[in-house]
Design a protein around this ligand. Structure first.
Ligand code: ADP
Length: 627
């Protein structure tokens, strides 16, 4: 029989498994049992809608069979089964292997860490088996098939006779070594404890034959051994158990098993609701974004069950977009099944559940923000942009629900604070929430425009995320305080006297300043002297709603629409450069043109904007310094 090669990507993951020095090899059992349970789910779901399927739900089960003499561990299910092409596609490749992609993106990570981070599924069995045989027959088909592999060099598939539909996986255990004892996976108590630890909540019985002893009939001291089949799991889904019977470890194991995340969740939300909408929900707030979270094909949603049958793996309508990071399951008895996926999602019952879940998630986040700020920061680093996006999306329709979940870096506190904290600590006369935009906190600290606001003892929020300013614009104000960019040309921080004085300076030099504006080909809407810069010679400010940061963000988008902020070049009237300008305007206008270009370029550089004609500027500077 011709041996087929694994796809190269699968081969690499397989190598990883076979040569694994991962200490947590036991997870293979969890993976195989979960696959078996999924296969049973698929069959029972199909039976709900397909009359030709004739099964008794009570017969659906998983069996673990131990053969100590031959060192074979078998896991058998009577689920949906696989036909030849499914065996080929499902076991010949690791479909869309998340773990492999992750490994390629994180080359410095050790292999062992990667195994721990993902449910690597079926292949994890190669951590304990030197050879694997899978016999499978799809429900309703005549023929079964056998898939065999001894590891990385390939696999074979051939037809075989088997009476039972479903899948039987035979693991020929690896030889024991000094470090690893594989015999233990044949041991009753090891298996019992692994099932309890990882798979207790699976909703189908996991059965195993065990040896027991009892008093011989008619005797009061002679014992005999007998075999009996026991069910190893309690089968109550975790979400249906009483909270007081669940430990933190139970939740964490369930989460990592089901959602393939190696890190503990930040929060668990377990609720049971009776009333108009009756349901049980178990939701998790992850501590980090999954590797595919920001990719286009990431799908939000919760698993939806009815009466213990999984009816939808990702019910999107149960979560609003801004909470798309939440993982979990919902189980409700009142759902109708004989409707399409779309209709079900828009079912009034489902939408009603979604509404109460949203409130629960919100309350949990608010509680974390208030009582567990360190973890909230972690949460916000991972998913803050979702919340911001939620504020911004749909013209701010949800902004009031979400605004108190926002946190920003505060210049005064030198840490992240909420908007509520900001407004509770303003100066008496303060009317605005000041913010400054830039790539990093350090860079914003050096912005000339920030200085004047800080000098007034006002707190400044630092916007380092490109979404931040859009969020501020959608919010407009918070508790009657208006958001104001420190780069706004019209900050209005001066006293009447100062204003008058500055007005006069600008009027007296109007011609010189207009001359500079013309020299800059009207790149800016105005050139003026300012009193707000302490040490810096120049800065750029803007007029109107479009700031320089927003211009950058919008113009970086892959659309044809380009925008231009209305920029003002402000020159420090107390800086020696001011006198130089006045003097050149009188005596050497030609040279003033060159100065103007250099000053404007400086201001652009400070803002992180490119210089349109670097060669010209470089020549001008050289000319000046060679004088
Ligand atoms: P995952 O379960 O994450 O999809 P696996 O490598 O564990 O990845 O399994 C690959 C696929 O093989 C499954 O998605 C499923 O379609 C199929 N499969 C695995 N085990 C079984 C089984 N016991 N019965 C039916 N199909 C199975």
């Amino acid at each position: 029989m011709k041996k087929k090669e694994f796809k190269s990507s699968s081969k690499r993951v397989l190598d990883l498994m076979i040569n694994s020095i991962y200490t947590n090899k036991e997870i293979f059992l969890r993976e195989l049992l979960s696959n078996a349970s999924d296969a049973l789910d698929k069959l029972s779901y199909k039976a709900l809608t397909d009359n030709s399927i004739n099964i008794n739900k009570a017969d659906l089960e998983i069996n673990i069979i131990r053969d100590s003499d031959n060192r074979i561990l078998t896991i058998k299910d009577n689920g949906i089964g696989m036909d030849a092409s499914e065996l080929e596609n499902n076991l010949g490749t690791i479909a869309e292997s998340g773990s492999l992609r992750f490994k390629e993106e994180n080359k410095e990570q050790k292999d062992t860490e990667i195994i721990g981070q993902f449910g690597v599924g079926f292949y994890s069995a190669f951590m304990v088996a030197k050879k694997i045989e899978v016999v499978s027959k799809k429900y309703g088909e005549d023929k079964g098939h056998i898939w065999t592999s001894e590891g990385a060099d390939g696999y074979t598939i051939s037809e075989c006779n088997t009476d039972d539909y479903g899948t039987t996986i035979k693991l020929y255990l690896k030889d024991n070594t000094d470090d690893d004892n594989y015999d233990k996976y044949l041991d009753e108590y090891t298996i019992r404890s692994l099932v309890t630890k990882y798979s207790d909540y699976l909703r189908y019985p996991i059965k195993m034959e065990v040896q027991n002893s009892r008093l011989k009939e008619g005797s009061d001291k002679e014992y005999e051994t007998y075999t009996e089949v026991v069910t190893l799991n309690t089968m109550v889904p975790l979400w249906k158990k009483d909270k007081k019977d669940i430990t933190e470890d139970d939740y964490n194991n369930f989460y990592s098993d089901k959602f393939m995340d190696y890190e503990k969740p930040l929060r668990v939300i377990h609720s049971s609701v009776e009333g108009l909408e009756s349901y049980k929900a178990l939701m998790f707030i992850p501590s980090h974004a999954p590797y595919d979270f920001y990719l286009k094909d990431y799908k939000k949603g919760l698993e939806l069950y009815t009466n213990g049958v999984l009816i939808m793996e990702k019910c999107e309508k149960l979560l609003p977009d801004y909470y798309s990071f939440v993982k979990g399951v919902v189980d409700s008895a009142d759902l109708s099944l004989n409707i399409s996926r779309e209709t079900l999602q828009n079912d009034k019952h489902v939408l009603g559940i979604a509404k109460t879940l949203e409130t629960k998630i919100h309350n949990e986040l608010a509680d974390m923000l208030k009582n567990d700020f360190d973890n909230y920061k972690k949460f916000f680093e991972a998913f803050g942009s979702q919340i911001k996006y939620g504020v911004y999306d749909m013209y701010g329709a949800n902004k009031d629900k979400l605004k108190d979940l926002l946190i920003f870096y505060s210049s005064k506190n030198e840490k992240m604070i909420t908007l509520d904290e900001y407004v509770n600590n303003i100066e008496k006369e303060q009317k605005n929430i000041y913010y400054a935009c830039g790539e990093t906190i350090d860079k914003i600290n050096m912005l000339p425009q920030v200085e004047q606001v800080k000098n007034k003892n006002y707190d400044v929020l630092y916007f380092t995320d490109y979404l931040d300013e859009f969020v501020a614009q959608v919010l407009g104000s918070y508790n009657d305080l208006t958001f104001k960019n420190v780069s706004d040309g019209d900050l209005n921080l001066d006293t009447e006297e100062e204003k008058e004085e500055l007005k006069k300076v600008n009027e007296d030099n109007k011609e010189a300043l207009d001359y500079i504006k013309t020299a800059l080909n009207d790149e800016v809407v105005e050139v003026r002297f300012t009193n707000k810069l302490t040490n810096h010679p120049v800065c750029l400010t803007t007029e109107g709603n479009l700031s320089v940061e927003m211009q950058k963000v919008i113009n970086a988008m892959p659309t044809d629409e380009k925008v231009k902020a209305k920029m003002i070049l402000e020159i420090n009237e107390k800086h020696p450069i001011a006198n130089k300008i006045k003097e050149l305007y009188k005596n050497n206008k030609e040279e003033l043109s060159g100065y103007a270009k250099i000053l404007y370029s400086e201001a652009r550089l400070i803002e992180g904007l490119p210089i349109e004609n670097p060669t010209e500027i470089s020549n001008l500077i050289c000319e000046l310094i060679s004088k």
